[in-house]
Design a protein around this ligand. Structure first.
Ligand SMILES: C=C(O[C@@H]1C=C(C(=O)O)C=C[C@H]1O)C(=O)O
Length: 249
């Protein structure tokens, strides 16, 4: 053994020391999330914009730790926090590549929350709509010309589920400009600090400058706008979501 080779027992003792410190900090964090629950009163448990702005700041501060690792570790911590705070269930549509969908959900929401799965997108969306604290995980609105994934029109002007919003993109980290899946819930839109606003337009309507066409279904078009925009709703257009920008983009 050369002089530079670390002694395995010494390294293991150091790892034990770090893990014991981490364990104490995790317990402290869980204790604090119990207090958040009380402080929130009747407020909705899931605050996706707070989660993504927090993880973005941590990833920036992390230096050598990759953003994807920061995101998955905090997904687990937040999952435990949410499970402790109250009833929040995930309603996941497993259409398409089931294994990829499942790992996207785990990476973003951790393992502590109850998950119900559905064979179709519309069934997952309906279950979420029927349940106050539910969150649906659905395939992203499809870019044209693949406009078959048209569930998002139900959130648009005149749609049956106007209270629901698109609030998070999956995966949370990476360079993709448009997510593979999105999370939908009955939560008010608030900025995370780096967002795209999702605007659903019916028929032909005047578009804000810089709008990017993301999906088309019948008379409905879905555009994204850079930044957070609280645009007033009209019979022909409505803001249906706010997607925090992927971390690491
Ligand atoms: C703790 C809160 O509740 C939830 C859990 C969070 C966390 O564990 O950091 C963050 C946002 C919420 O989804 C909060 O609202 O701050």
């Amino acid at each position: 053994m050369s002089e530079d080779t670390p002694d395995i027992e010494t390294v293991r003792r150091e790892i034990d020391r770090v893990d014991t410190a981490l364990l104490k900090l995790i317990a402290e964090r869980l204790e604090l999330s119990g207090q958040v629950r009380k402080a929130k009163g009747g407020m909705r448990v899931w605050r996706p914009s707070r989660e993504d702005s927090h993880v973005r700041q941590l990833a920036r501060a992390a230096e050598a730790t990759p953003a994807s690792l920061v995101s998955t570790i905090w997904a687990e911590l937040m999952s435990a926090s949410l499970a402790a705070q109250g009833p929040m269930r995930l309603h996941v549509a497993l259409e398409g590549d089931v294994l990829s969908n499942w790992s996207l959900v785990r990476d973003r929401f951790g393992a502590a929350l109850d998950v119900l799965t559905y064979p179709t997108t519309s069934a997952a969306l309906a279950a979420c709509y029927a349940e106050g604290e539910g969150v649906a995980v659905l395939p992203s609105p499809a870019p044209p010309p693949g406009g078959m994934v048209s569930w998002w029109t139900a959130l648009g002007p005149g749609g049956a589920m106007e209270g629901l919003h698109i609030l998070a993109g999956l995966p949370r980290t990476g360079r993709r400009d448009w997510p593979r899946a999105v999370a939908v819930a009955d939560v008010v839109l608030t900025p995370s600090g780096a967002d795209q606003t999702l605007l659903c337009v019916k028929d032909q309507d005047l578009l804000p400058e810089g709008a990017i066409l993301r999906a088309v279904s019948g008379d409905f078009r879905l555009y994204s706008l850079d930044g957070f925009h609280d645009l007033p709703a009209s019979p022909t257009r409505r803001v249906i979501g706010c997607l925090p920008r992927p971390i690491g983009q």
